[in-house]
Design a protein around this ligand. Structure first.
Ligand SMILES: C[S@@+](CC[C@H](N)C(=O)[O-])C[C@H]1O[C@@H](n2cnc3c(N)ncnc32)[C@H](O)[C@@H]1O
Length: 510
């Protein structure tokens, strides 16, 4: 087999000076992997597992007949640990992994395992990877406008897209770097990677062309919904269908940077005392809920006063509505059925001395519930099990059940901007089926006169309101109580929360 390196043609500049006509569907050029059985357009190496330690230098050349196009996403080029070039390569690897179905936090862990980087270097990779998730649709469209054929090295695509995201910041945001620095560092990054060193001139040409023709290219790109909104088309369609009036505001909200919201642990301090403590430490914050404080400046959690002593936790203000809705009293037996990483478990235990059982299907995530409760000085019984089964249950019914079921997480995209690129349209139906099984199973574990709180962080009615209505229709002994219902993501003075859904059910005595 010969080593056929991918080539890429740069589209000639249109005679008019305007960009040449775009391909029919620029999004399809860099399509994410298809479900099994369908051919993927871009050849990829599986990346779901943590990347092995990376060699520092390229392997010695092999005879061409032995060379296979195995892409080396874990390869760590010899670049300074805090250089923008290395940050761009790290982010490019993360983007390529997300396109291959890996969640961004895992993709970043893989990159950090492979690269030796300083804490600042990690911060830069993470920042760029998150920015890229929010600007990926536009970068992908722009790249499609400037090239006739997608590069078939996924990380090279990611590298150019990360550079375009830096060169083309969202409206109102300042560019993080000078354009010439971005181009120079992107070309350096390309030139040091064995999989696409051959394409460094192309990287240079594409980015320089973008700088020259930026206005026309952007004007053409944003005619495409993918570029205008930075969400897949099916997601835009689903939001429009569910919220014909608010869809644009909802999509825009998902592209904003999330605030850092704290929940004050009122077992250990009062909100007023903690606000004073924050002020003394030089932090400004707004109170946006009974125990919710929104910090005015982003900071590392380790810098938050009293965080390690359990005075506060990081939790969205909307998520802080869950525990109070349960109407907890001391001594109650409470089940948190999909508990990890334990944000709501901690709040439940802060509010009342209850006997809490925290269940989660993912043992690794469940361990984080233990860690988080330990930091708060609280504890619960931890059970790694599936909430739609009963083999883990001792048969004693619960007074209160929190069912924060697995869902598409479409309401929390501002925190997890990778979700939109990872989800498939069909996920909604599968997750709705699972959550209805979970709800029906948990209902049997609730005592008469007990309460079950059904929560999702979804915006799709199928997962939320329609699910709650169908549940009520299936259970004659379920009485729906007052609860917020669908909360759309919103921010503003005194208000800032993700998109969440709450339905509360009371179980009638027989
Ligand atoms: C929305 S998150 C829960 C967030 C959590 N309540 C909190 O406030 O920190 C959903 C959780 O459900 C878990 N999960 C997924 N499928 C499950 C199942 N069949 N049974 C129990 N837990 C499941 C996931 O591992 C995930 O941790």
């Amino acid at each position: 087999m010969t080593d056929k390196r991918p080539t890429l043609t740069i589209k000639p500049k249109a005679a008019s000076g305007k960009p040449a006509a775009k391909p029919a569907n620029p999004a399809a050029q860099y399509a994410r992997p298809k479900p099994a059985g369908q051919p993927a357009k871009v050849e990829r190496k599986p990346e779901a597992k943590p990347a092995p330690a990376a060699p520092r230098r390229p392997a010695a050349p092999r005879p061409s007949y032995e060379v296979k196009p195995q892409f080396q996403q874990a390869y760590r080029p010899d670049l300074p640990a805090d250089s923008l070039a290395l940050a761009m390569l790290g982010a490019a690897s993360a983007v390529a992994q997300v396109r291959n179905g890996t969640a961004l936090p895992q993709a970043l862990s893989n990159v950090f395992a492979a690269y030796e980087v300083t804490p600042q270097g990690r911060g830069a990779i993470q920042d760029l990877a998150y920015r890229s998730m929010r600007g990926l649709g536009r970068a992908e469209t722009l790249l499609g406008l400037m090239t006739t054929k997608a590069p078939d090295v996924p990380m090279l695509v990611g590298l150019i897209e990360c550079a375009l995201v830096l060169l083309d910041p969202p409206e109102g945001e300042q560019a993080a770097y000078e354009p010439f620095t971005v181009v120079d560092q992107a070309v350096t990054a390309a030139s040091r990677h064995p999989d696409f060193a051959h394409a460094k001139a192309m990287v240079n040409a594409v980015l320089r062309r973008f700088l020259r023709e930026r206005e026309t290219l952007v004007a053409t790109a944003i005619k495409q919904p993918l570029a205008r909104w930075n969400y897949p088309q099916w997601w835009i369609d689903a939001t429009k269908a569910a919220y014909p009036r608010d869809w644009e505001a909802i999509l825009a909200a998902g592209n904003r940077h999330p605030p850092l919201t704290l929940r004050v642990n009122t077992r250990k301090t009062s909100v007023e005392d903690y606000l004073r403590r924050l002020e003394e430490a030089g932090f400004q914050a707004d109170r946006i809920g009974p125990s919710a404080l929104r910090l005015k400046q982003a900071t590392n959690v380790s810098q938050i006063p009293g965080f390690h002593d359990g005075l506060v936790s990081v939790q969205d203000a909307g998520a802080q509505l869950a525990a109070p809705l349960l109407g907890l009293e001391p001594g109650m037996r409470v089940l948190d059925a999909c508990a990890a990483p334990g944000g709501k478990s901690g709040h439940i235990l802060e509010l009342a001395d209850v006997e809490l059982t925290a269940v989660d299907a993912d043992p690794q995530r469940l361990a984080r519930v233990g860690d988080n409760l330990g930091r708060l000085g609280l504890s619960s019984t931890l059970v790694a099990a599936e909430a739609q089964t009963q083999d883990w249950w001792d048969g004693r019914q619960f007074d209160r059940i929190l069912a924060d079921v697995p869902c598409t997480a479409s309401g929390i995209v501002r925190r997890h901007p990778d979700i939109r690129w990872l989800r498939r349209k069909t996920d909604t139906r599968q997750l709705t089926t699972l959550s209805s099984e979970i709800l029906d199973n948990l209902w049997q574990m609730l005592r008469a006169d007990g309460k079950l709180l059904f929560v999702t962080c979804s915006l799709w009615p199928q997962e939320s309101e329609a699910q709650a209505a169908a549940f009520a229709a299936r259970h004659a002994d379920a009485v729906r109580l007052d609860a917020p219902g669908q909360l759309l993501p919103s921010s503003g003075a005194g208000l800032d929360h993700d998109g969440l859904f709450y339905a509360l059910f009371h179980k009638k005595a027989a």
